[in-house]
Every structure is written in C-alpha cells, then in structure tokens.
Design a binder for this molecule. Structure first.
Ligand code: PGA
Length: 249
C-alpha cells in the first residue's frame, strides 16, 4: 500500500549539507510507490526546487505566514512557497503551538492561506502528557481539529493531511503503542466524519508522528488505519530515511 512519508528537518542542517542529502535521497528512492516529502528549513527550498524537480521527492515548508503579503518583517508567505514549487506545508506543529504561542485561530488562518495558494497542508494535532494522563486527549484533539478545520469545505480535505503527533512522544525516542495510535486515529476519523460525512472521515489521510525511527517504523507502518508517518530526528540521516521511504508497505 502506498504510504505518505514526511521528513521534518526542524531547525537542523545548513543549505550546503542539503545538496548531497537531496541528491542521494532522490537516487535511493527511485521507483518507490510511496509519497516522499522532505520539509527542510526555508533557506533550503530554492535549492530543493533545483535538485528535486522531476524526481520523486516532493518538498514542503515547516511553517508559513498567516497573512498574504505586506508589512510583516521576517515572515514567509504562501505565494513565496508556491513560487518555489513547494507542495506541502506543516501547520500547527506542537513546537510552533508551544514555543511560538500559535493559537488554533492562527492555525486555521494559515491552513486557509496555504490552500488558497494550492499548497497541501500537514495539520499537526496531539496532546501533552498531562492531558493524556488526565484522560482528556480525545476531547483535546477533537477541539484542535474543530478549530483548525473551521470554515473548510469537504472537498478541501483532499488537500489536508492530519498528523497525530502526541507531544509526549515527539523527539523523546519513547515508543508509543500501536494500540494508542489506533485509538486516536479512529477518534480523528470519527470526528471528521461527524463534522463532514462518513466518507470524509474514511478518506482523510491520517499520519502518525513522534519518535518514528529505523527500529520501530515497520511496526508502526503495519497499522492499517494510518496512511503514513512524520519523521523528525530520524529523517536527518539520509541512508536511514531512504530505507524507510523505499520500503513496500
Ligand atoms: P521526531 O519528530 O520524529 O524527532 O519525534 C517528529 C515531529 O515532531 O515532527
């Protein structure tokens, strides 16, 4: 089965390291049926266009401005990303929500701006440890989805991939059980089903992210109800990442 595999570099690597990485990845994954997307820092995207155009590796951004243009020093707009051939943008990553105080309202605006510019969205949702231990995770994620998707039409969901990234499992190396993943992915599908239609919930692309690595990706990818994974730390090693990307699932 075809899976979607997103590499989130976060604030790692410099542009000069990116060229060999991108060339190696494109060569190594040739012929894969999976959709492979790398999301390097903004500074690498114009090089991504040069190296990756015409290959099977798509590229995305890790963030975008909620506004389209104007007096927003330091921001990067959706049209700038589009002009560089960016296919995807990550919106609402827990690091942006937590460290940069991005609210659900901002997330919703960013999604609309990306979609209006023809860029697909990887919408990240997920609870922290406290919310999980107080058994509030389902309600929390449902609320994040409701706010993020507010005002979106059902047909726009084709361009939205939801990534379930429990904060307690991200960057920690801590394994999460398949049972926990299945439970939340079902919650997400059911909720989108309630918001739109059963078909919308069923067809939604849902990914899992959080400490996916060479040692656990097979177990995680064996879950039927997920369409792929988001990989942070383990995407930085091109050989390991390529192995995960070219596997047949
Ligand atoms: P990780 O990061 O794979 O390093 O846990 C995933 C993410 O936060 O997107």
């Amino acid at each position: 089965m075809k899976k979607i595999i997103i590499g989130n570099f976060k604030m790692n690597t410099v542009p000069s390291e990116f060229k060999p990485y991108a060339m190696t990845l494109a060569t190594k994954i040739k012929g894969t049926k999976n959709e492979v997307v790398i999301c390097p820092p903004f500074t690498h995207l114009s090089m991504a266009r040069e190296i990756l155009s015409g290959t099977q590796v798509l590229y995305g951004a890790q963030n975008l401005a909620e506004e389209e243009r104007g007096e927003f020093t330091g921001e990067i707009s959706a049209s700038m990303l589009k002009d560089l051939g960016t296919s995807y943008v990550i919106v609402g990553h827990s690091e942006r929500r937590g460290k940069f105080k991005e609210t659900d309202k901002v997330v919703n605006k960013k999604i609309k701006t990306a979609l209006a510019n023809g860029i697909k969205v990887v919408l990240c949702v997920g609870e922290n440890l406290q919310t999980k231990t107080s058994k509030q995770a389902n309600a929390f994620v449902r609320k994040q989805l409701e706010e993020a998707l507010r005002g979106l039409f059902e047909n726009e969901l084709e361009s939205v991939v939801v990534a379930y990234e429990p904060i307690w499992a991200s960057g920690t190396g801590k394994a999460i059980s398949n049972k926990d993943i299945v439970k939340m992915v079902e919650t997400i599908r059911n909720f989108v089903g309630e918001l739109y239609s059963e078909k919308a919930g069923k067809n939604l692309n849902v990914l899992y992210g959080g400490s996916v690595s060479l040692s656990n990706y097979k177990k995680i990818m064996s879950i039927d109800c997920i369409d792929g994974v988001v990989i942070g730390g383990a995407s930085l090693d091109v050989d390991n990442f390529a192995l995960i990307c070219k596997e047949k699932y």
